[in-house]
Design a protein around this ligand. Structure first.
Ligand code: GLN
Length: 192
């Protein structure tokens, strides 16, 4: 049976993720409630504002449900704010902001600084022949990576794309370019 991939749709850049998945022939669904979550096999957590998403995850009742699904091994791809929410440790977060600790990385919110808070660059991804054009928007910076994490791409020596088991994270926005190779990589992880 083909996997149904949810896109967390509480806030942020979820629509473009859905379009990219649809372009790959993947069945998608927007996730806003615990019952939406129960109906998907995998999840994309988009970019946006991690503090707002953290709050909405709690008020919607999704936080604990999602935590349970993540510990049961549901495949997840977090991009930008989504990466922050999946990290073990968050620096410069708001004190009440929560994260799932699903991948053993420490991220610094808005870690690329105000001067260059948004930029685009080509990155080399392990296993890709051509580089991937990566769009960074007030991106989190990965400042520490645990031994079990596989760094798949870096920029200036800083990890920007990483995998640990069923968890994939990117500090940039792969849904904002026409290149769907990272979404295809995630679908391979799901086995879809
Ligand atoms: N700076 C945002 C945050 O802290 C992330 C930015 C993004 O997702 N493009 O959540």
């Amino acid at each position: 049976m083909k996997a149904r991939v949810g896109v967390l749709a509480l806030q942020g850049a979820f629509a473009a993720h859905e379009l990219t998945l649809a372009g790959l022939g993947v069945e998608t669904a927007q996730v806003r409630t615990p019952s939406d979550l129960a109906a998907v096999d995998a999840l994309i957590m988009p970019g946006g504002e991690s503090t707002t998403m953290s709050r909405l995850l709690e008020t919607s009742g999704l936080f604990d449900e999602l935590k349970g699904r993540l510990s049961d091994g549901m495949p997840v791809f977090g991009t930008c704010a989504g990466m922050i929410l999946l990290a073990t440790d968050v620096l410069d977060g708001r004190p009440d902001q929560r994260s799932f600790g699903a991948i053993d990385i420490t991220v610094q919110r808005n870690g690329y600084g105000r001067q260059v808070d948004s930029f685009e660059t080509d990155i080399d991804v392990d296993g890709f022949v051509a580089p991937f054009h990566a769009v960074f928007i007030r991106a989190p910076k990965v400042v520490a990576v645990g031994a079990g994490v596989n760094v798949v791409a870096s920029h200036d020596g800083v990890p920007v794309l990483a995998l640990q088991g069923h968890v994939m994270v990117a500090s940039f926005h792969p849904e904002l370019t026409a290149d769907n190779r990272l979404h295809a990589m995630f679908c391979e992880l799901i086995g879809s």
